[in-house]
Design a binder for this molecule. Structure first.
Ligand code: HSE
Length: 285
């Protein structure tokens, strides 16, 4: 039997749509695998009742098939599905590492990225790797067609998860199909600022670099109170706030010593608009 933990992740970070990803040190999924004639899946934990246990419809079923590694797979969910925190990616990443070890396949973590991304395709219809890459490798990752680059920044973060469900499929439908040159130039500038900030452990540059004129505004309407929450977090000490992944989690980068007040301000702001929320005070995983 092999047991592997994989963390929640935050994709996009505003300006890096489908490219940037960040591993969080909490919450996390834990996947336990043991060899079997055919793959069976059991799911417990946060939001378990919404997750199919049929291997053909579950993220980890696709991973087991890709690795030719039939197993009984138990997934203990710490990352709620449809949260914007890479729930399916955490399960896929943990299963890829666990099954690879169980069957001695000998893949590196980098080689497991496209395999775990196949699991993502089963969940969302798109094999994007911006959540599975940080879930497998840790730190801040940049995913392109040519591979993954990463650094391990030290940042103080709050991931505030409201009691709202936003499906990735729906959130991808509102993404604009084209962009003006002005918005493109602004996005490149912000993404570059953010990447420099990650290399320097600089929350001010990272927060500033999360601004995004294209995707985040298009998705804000799907999250009740997102504007109010963003303002409250900035007032409490955040340097930047954005939608985590496809939402509804809002991710804040915090100045040192402000994480607790940012978390409280975000929960209160959601409460003002009648939405319950949970704030994870976290760092980079
Ligand atoms: N980059 C993806 C999106 C992450 O924002 O749609 C969600 O899986």
């Amino acid at each position: 039997m092999v047991t592997v933990r994989a963390p929640a992740t935050s994709a996009n970070l505003g300006s890096g749509f489908d490219t940037f990803g960040l591993a969080l040190d909490r919450p996390a999924d834990v996947v336990r695998v043991s060899k079997a004639e055919r793959t069976t899946i059991e799911v417990t934990g946060a939001g378990a009742r919404y997750i199919p246990e049929d291997p053909k419809r579950n993220t980890v079923g696709a991973v087991a098939e890709a690795l030719d590694a039939p197993a009984h797979i138990h997934i203990d969910k710490g990352v709620r599905p449809a949260s914007g925190l890479g729930s399916s990616a955490a399960s896929a990443a943990a299963a890829a590492v666990a099954l690879d070890e169980l069957y001695d396949r000998g893949h590196t973590r980098e080689e497991l990225v496209p395999i775990a991304a196949e699991g993502e395709a089963a969940a969302s219809g798109d094999a994007h790797a911006d959540n599975v890459a940080p879930a497998l490798l840790g730190g801040f990752t940049v995913v392109t067609d040519d591979g993954v680059t990463r650094v391990s920044p030290d940042l103080s973060l709050v991931a505030c998860l409201p009691d709202i469900v936003v499906s990735t499929r729906d959130a991808r439908k509102v993404v604009p199909e084209s962009a003006s040159m002005a918005d493109l130039v602004e996005t490149v500038g912000n993404a570059s600022t953010l990447a420099v900030g990650m290399c320097r452990d600089d929350p001010t540059l990272v927060g500033r670099g999360m601004d995004d004129p294209l995707v985040t505004p298009a998705r804000a309407d799907l999250i009740t109170g997102s504007g109010t929450v963003r303002e409250a977090a900035l007032d409490a000490g955040a340097t930047g706030v954005t939608v985590s992944g496809a939402g509804p989690t809002m991710l804040a980068v915090c100045r040192p010593g402000t994480r607790r007040s940012v978390a409280a301000a975000m929960v209160d702001a959601f409460d003002e608009v009648g939405v319950d929320a949970t704030a994870f005070q976290t760092g980079v995983g």
